[in-house]
Design a protein. Structure first.
Length: 199
């Protein structure tokens, strides 16, 4: 384990954004690592904006639960356009794990605003001096959950490896959903070895 690590996760309701943070929180508790999990659940209905903030490695009560702008070591985005809401929270050199799913908000469906393309998202991350790890949704095998797939990629490609190894996370997933142990393990492993796309 090395120092502190702050994670800012975004997406829309129905994608399992909060589940990613739940799993990391449980893994931290299992290993005795200081953890603060600050979810925003008010918009967690299907299609509404959802975010979660995780702060690893600090003692409880010694810091704010909220990550300040420019403070996150890792941004995890489960929906392409929602990534843009999170960019200002990333540090210089922060990792961005982005699953390129598209969930068009009402304003886009009504033609009031354009939906951003992958290049725009990539350009904004680069302008913020972030490191983009892009996951193409078409690479997710049929029947597998996008959030566990994305979590696998997070564990393979970011500094979270300094806190947890692959087995730590797999064990939490298996304990949480014992009846779906095999498919969930396969999903996590698929994400762990997933190809990263260049944008």
């Amino acid at each position: 384990m090395s120092g502190y690590f702050d994670i800012y996760t975004v997406g829309v309701g129905g994608q399992g954004v909060l589940t990613i943070s739940d799993i990391i929180t449980l893994a931290a508790a299992e290993k005795g690592i200081g953890i603060n999990f600050f979810p925003t659940k008010g918009m967690a209905q299907r299609g509404g904006f959802v975010k979660a903030q995780l702060r690893l490695g600090r003692e409880q009560g010694t810091y704010s639960p909220s990550i300040s702008e420019g403070g996150a070591d890792l941004i995890v985005s489960m929906e392409l356009s929602e990534t843009l809401k999170a960019v200002r929270y990333g540090k210089r050199g922060a990792d961005y794990v982005v699953l390129g799913l598209r969930w068009q908000p009402t304003a886009v469906m009504l033609g009031q605003t354009p939906y951003p393309d992958e290049k725009q998202v990539a350009d904004e991350i680069r302008a913020a001096e972030g490191v983009l790890h892009y996951l193409d949704p078409s690479d997710i095998p049929s029947g597998m959950r996008g959030n566990l797939y994305t979590l696998g990629a997070v564990c393979a490609h970011t500094r979270i490896k300094e806190f947890f190894n692959k087995d730590d996370i797999e064990n939490i997933i298996a304990d949480r959903w014992p009846k779906a142990k095999e498919i969930n393990a396969a999903t996590f492993r698929a994400g762990y070895s997933a190809p990263l796309r260049t944008l």
